[in-house]
Design a protein around this ligand. Structure first.
Ligand SMILES: Cc1cc2nc3c(=O)[nH]c(=O)nc-3n(C[C@H](O)[C@H](O)[C@H](O)COP(=O)(O)OP(=O)(O)OC[C@H]3O[C@@H](n4cnc5c(N)ncnc54)[C@H](O)[C@@H]3O)c2cc1C
Length: 316
């Protein structure tokens, strides 16, 4: 059986949850077995996972205000044991990564993190994972009986082809959390960065936080999430959760627009798997142009407002 842990946010399934279940379905088909989706915290649309390939959806009630990786690990491990899971799929997200390693230890399984392909099960179990910040792919042969995989987002578009299913509530006792919820600080912007289909990102070329309005207007017109380079976050121009790159968030949107960012290797490490990259930079020699699908050589203070107007006109 393939067990997929489907992540939720604000009482609903994340986009990544549907991708994970679509992926889990493909593995289940390859192994000739079933695909079970597990939710924790009773999302309102849990049954929709059936449309994306889950034969069954199981849910565990969870009332604590924050995700506790230790508790989630024990709950997922318990379900994996009861259901005799051979493969467990999680997202390669902060939550997924905080659980996957613990799960591997607890179940004596093998973890392959950052997978981006359907395993080859023709002779054993081989799966590809991204390495060197997305510059190369390594094929891993997994000999353990329980394989735990974390799936890179946007590797597989979610595909709805089946029907909604009933959600079965599991009667598992949830241990008390050692974590105490102190305060919640809401992220700016309505589109969470790792989930975003389109991202508009700014670098030091903006000169200062007072100039960010033009980027926000473009992002707004494009219905995109906003991101930034590391020095921008380090200087406090933008919040740290927007920092993308090797030491920040890794993203894989369909469209990444990089404005006034040089394209250092550490930045590219977090964004170079975006489907389409557009670069705006006044320096024609900026390294980012080598990774770009489309480039505009020009002053961002001139280009960005014109881009926003063009997007608004195209939409209107
Ligand atoms: C261990 C380590 C980890 C790191 N991790 C990360 C990471 O995760 N993410 C990350 O981003 N960085 C990371 N860095 C930093 C990275 O090496 C670069 O220093 C950083 O990405 C540069 O940011 P930037 O492109 O915004 O600034 P700059 O390198 O200063 O580039 C600014 C760009 O803006 C252009 N520009 C200037 N004015 C204009 C204008 N008016 N119009 C158009 N273009 C203009 C310039 O031509 C230039 O290309 C890391 C570094 C180290 C050592």
């Amino acid at each position: 059986m393939v067990l997929v842990f489907a992540e939720t946010q604000k009482g609903k399934l994340k986009k990544a949850a549907f991708e994970a279940v679509t992926y889990g379905r493909k593995i289940a088909d390859a192994l000739g077995t079933t695909c079970v989706a597990l939710t924790i915290g009773s999302p309102e649309n849990g049954g929709d996972l059936g449309q994306y390939g889950a034969d069954t959806v199981k849910d565990i009630k969870y009332d604590h205000p924050i995700m506790d990786g230790k508790i989630f690990t024990s709950l997922i491990a318990e379900v994996a044991g009861t259901e005799s899971a051979e493969v467990i799929v999680l997202n390669h997200s902060t939550t997924g990564k905080s659980i996957a390693g613990r799960l591997a230890i607890r179940l004596d399984g093998a973890l392959v993190s950052g997978v981006n392909s359907v395993p080859d099960t023709s002779a054993g179990f081989k799966v590809d994972r991204v390495v060197f910040s997305g510059k190369a792919t390594a094929t891993i042969q997994v000999d353990a009986k329980i394989r735990i995989l974390t799936l890179i987002s946007n590797s597989f578009p979610s595909v709805a082809s089946g029907d909604t299913v009933n959600v079965e509530t599991l009667d598992l006792s949830v241990p008390d959390s050692d974590l105490k919820h102190v305060e919640t600080k809401k992220q700016e912007g309505s589109i969470p960065l790792p989930e975003a289909d389109r991202v508009v990102s700014g670098g030091r070329g903006f000169k200062g936080p007072e100039n960010w309005d033009i980027l926000l207007e473009l992002a707004d017109a494009m219905e995109a999430a906003t991101a930034c380079s590391r020095p921008v976050a380090d200087s406090g121009w933008r919040p740290h959760h927007e920092h993308v790159g090797q030491t920040g968030v890794t993203i894989r949107p369909n469209l990444y627009v990089a404005i006034g960012i040089s394209g250092a290797i550490q930045h590219l490490g977090g964004v170079n798997n975006s489907k389409t990259i557009v670069v705006v930079n006044k320096d024609p020699e900026a390294p980012f142009f080598k990774a770009a699908d489309y480039g505009v050589v020009g002053d961002l203070f001139d280009v960005v407002p014109r881009l926003t107007e063009a997007v608004k006109k195209a939409k209107g």
